[in-house]
Structure formats: C-alpha cells, structure tokens
Design a protein around this ligand. Sequence first.
Ligand code: FES
Length: 172
Amino acid sequence: MSRQSPVQEEKTVGKPRRRRFLNWLWGGLAALACGEIVWFAGSLLKSRRRREEKRLALKLIDAGMVQNYKPGQVIAITDGSFYLACLDDGSFMALSRTCTHLGCSVPWDEKQQKFVCPCHGSTFDRNGSVLTAPAPRPLDYFPVRIENGLIRVDISTPLRRGSFSVSQAARV
Ligand code: FES
C-alpha cells in the first residue's frame, strides 16, 4: 500500500475546498448575471412603456372649446390633419382629410358646404357621408371626447365606417 507524502496529502485535502470555493464563485457569478439580465429586461420594458405612453399622449389633439363652434361649422385642425365638424344638432365629428377613393387630401368648400375632392370629384357632406362617387365609403373619422367643454380628438387610428350614425358624433 502506498502512502502519500505530506505535501501530496495537503494537495488532496485542498482540492475539495478549492472546488467548493470555485463552485460557490461560479454560482455567485451566475446569480449576478441573472440579476443583470432581469434588471436589463425590466428597464427595457419600462422605457418601452414610457415611450408608448408618450406616443399615445401626443395623439390626443385639443381642438378648442365647445362654445367656439356653431352648428354647421367645419374647421380644419392643422395640428392633427383633420376637420372638426359641428353638426346641426351641436354634436362634433372629427373627419379625416383623406379621400376614401385614392387618398387625395379633401378640402372643405365653404361656399358649397361640402367636401370636394380635387382628384376625381367625389363629394362628402358635413358628417363625411358620400354625396358623389367614386368614393366608395364615407370619410374616416376619429373618436372625439369632450372634457369640461374642451374638445379632444384621438388621432391614433382613423375609424372606417360604411355609413354615418349618430353614435360617431360626440355630444356635450
Ligand atoms: S381620390 Fe378623391 S375622388 Fe379620387
């Protein structure tokens, strides 16, 4: 039977201790790396949420106070590239400027009291309904809400419709 020298014995006894230390060290480093990854993912999500909130906040356009509009009035809101129409019953609609035929920008003709597309002659009434083809459907609209007399229009997504309905207009 061979006996180990005192130096060899010390080496063999020291090995498990070193291994345990290295395992502990690797475990610690792995935990630290996991923590870093979680922190990084969390901050990415947070900044994405903040950006999204900012984006949504920017899509809400103030179109003035209710008392500044008269029934029958149509005003171009340049900030949001839409028209705000005050309908005959005093309700409000925010209409897209984009023609539903081929996408030309449609101006409001004050004299004729209708939207007249310069490209192919489609016309639309004050609530965006088609008066003259070739436009296949009414002008898209944006949701309007009235807060303490202030008209606010959410321009994040234009809404398509097949026809006009009173539910598309906002009332005080
Ligand atoms: S784009 Fe408006 S009628 Fe054609």
